[in-house]
Design a protein around this ligand. Structure first.
Ligand code: PGA
Ligand code: ZN
Length: 425
């Protein structure tokens, strides 16, 4: 049974230069795990609370000294010297210690960093790679790799709001990660050239490494993605399909959707018609947050009408929160979970979220945040937990590449194939 000897933490900076938390867990046997946690920008309202210092004179209030202090202070004081039968026992102790429903006392950033640092230390103690250790804890025997879903074009909160919708991603259908990334590179280069020609846009990148030209509307963004696949010598719909993160919570006001950058707004029903129109015109395998996080009434309509054509993937809607996933399963609001451990704050609660989704027959896509670090634990988690997809941004920017490169290393080590999603058309 692992015994925690020492917990410590450090305030570090994420890919946007904002503070975040890195924690280290040392076990009595000498094994050590260090983990850095990410931070979102297009956050859902139901997410657990990232504790920030709020001192406007330092990092505009975004400092994480308090969260770091909680690891070294009360969390260390309560857990050091204690043994934990498993991850669930450790995470249960963290949740009780925090005592709030939204992790606002100690901070979800502090709690997740400790939860994952413990997981990494346990993997080291077991002498196995993190993905094996996580699979073991989840009662799984991994045999496949998640399919890369790669950010091509960015908008919304990741690109200064030049476009309402947040991401257009490409999903190569090749059987190996290696080939998927090579396809993504070629498409990305074609997209950079195509947008330079049509929009005069230099290949400057947004928060997740995607290109962010001034598209007139979402259809132009999708047209350009299909054109890039084609220009790179691949067949759209066969060699690579699209995924869209609409992130609709962030342009919805009072139940209406301001989808058109030129103005005007749509009702929820009109938004559904628009999304279905995209499915008719483009090879889209999944639509994430096509509706707002509080539009529970319209989600089931979208899910029903898109059934068999594209996954209806919930990010802000579900917030990796078991209670919200249960509600969504009950009313048929979605059929896929975007899994972001820092939305809920401990590994065990994220595992419960995943298990609920899998039990409902849903797909899962494991996702990074827009504010990331050089840490690569997410790739291990996606493999260990059998994610159908992995979403970590583009194939540029090293905080993104840390995860893709880790996935390449796991592929080289295991030789496992990429999962069979999406089904060939
Ligand atoms: P975020 O964006 O990390 O800024 O929340 C990622 C997403 O919406 O999927
Ligand atoms: Zn999202």
């Amino acid at each position: 049974m692992p015994t925690i000897a020492h917990l410590s933490a450090l305030e570090i900076l994420d890919s946007r230069g904002r503070p975040t938390v890195r924690a280290t867990c040392e076990l009595a046997g000498g094994a050590i795990g260090t983990v850095s946690v990410p931070s979102g920008a297009s956050t859902g309202r139901a997410e657990a609370v990232e504790l920030r210092d709020g001192d406007p004179a330092r990092y505009g209030g975004l400092g994480c000294r308090r969260a770091v202090g909680h690891v070294a202070g009360p969390i260390h004081a309560a857990l050091a010297g204690k043994s934990f039968a498993d991850q669930a026992a450790l995470d249960g102790a963290l949740v009780i210690l925090d005592g709030t429903p939204d992790k606002s006392r100690l901070g979800a950033n502090a709690l997740l960093a400790v939860s994952l640092a413990f997981a990494r230390a346990v993997a080291a103690e077991r002498g196995v790679p993190l993905y094996r250790s996580l699979a073991n804890d989840a009662g799984r025997e991994p045999e496949a790799l998640p399919r890369p879903t790669i950010n091509l074009f960015s908008g919304g909160k990741h690109a200064g709001g030049q476009m309402p919708i947040q991401d257009v991603l490409i999903v190569p259908t090749a059987p190996t990660v290696d080939e998927c990334l090579a396809t993504a590179y070629a498409v990305y280069q074609a997209a950079a050239a195509g947008t330079a020609e049509r929009y005069g846009a230099r290949a400057l990148v947004a928060d997740e490494g995607g290109l962010a030209p001034p598209f007139p509307d979402a259809a132009a963004m999708l047209d350009e993605a299909v054109a890039a696949i084609d220009a790179a010598g691949f067949a759209p719909g066969r060699d690579a399909v699209l995924a869209v993160d609409v992130a609709a919570s962030h342009f919805s006001v009072d139940g209406r959707y301001a989808l058109d950058p030129a103005g005007g707004s749509l009702t929820g029903e009109e938004m559904v018609e628009t999304l279905l129109g995209w499915l008719d015109r483009y090879p889209i395998a999944s639509i994430e947050d096509g509706l707002a996080e509080d539009d529970w009434a319209t989600w089931p309509t979208l899910r029903r009408r898109a059934e068999g054509r594209a996954l209806i993937l919930g990010d802000d809607l579900l917030a990796t929160n078991p209670a919200r996933i249960r509600r969504a399963v009950e009313i048929g609001a979605a059929d896929a979970l975007l899994l972001k451990p820092n939305q809920i704050g401990t590994l065990t609660e994220a595992a419960v979220a995943r298990a609920l989704a899998v039990a409902a027959g849903w797909r899962t896509v494991v996702s990074a945040r827009s504010g990331e670090t050089e840490d690569d634990w997410l790739a291990d988690l996606a493999v260990g937990w059998g994610g159908d997809g992995l979403k970590v941004g583009s194939i540029t920017r090293s905080e993104r590449l840390a995860k893709w490169n880790r996935l390449l290393a796991i592929e080289a080590e295991t030789g496992w194939p990429v999962v069979g999603w999406p089904e060939p058309r």
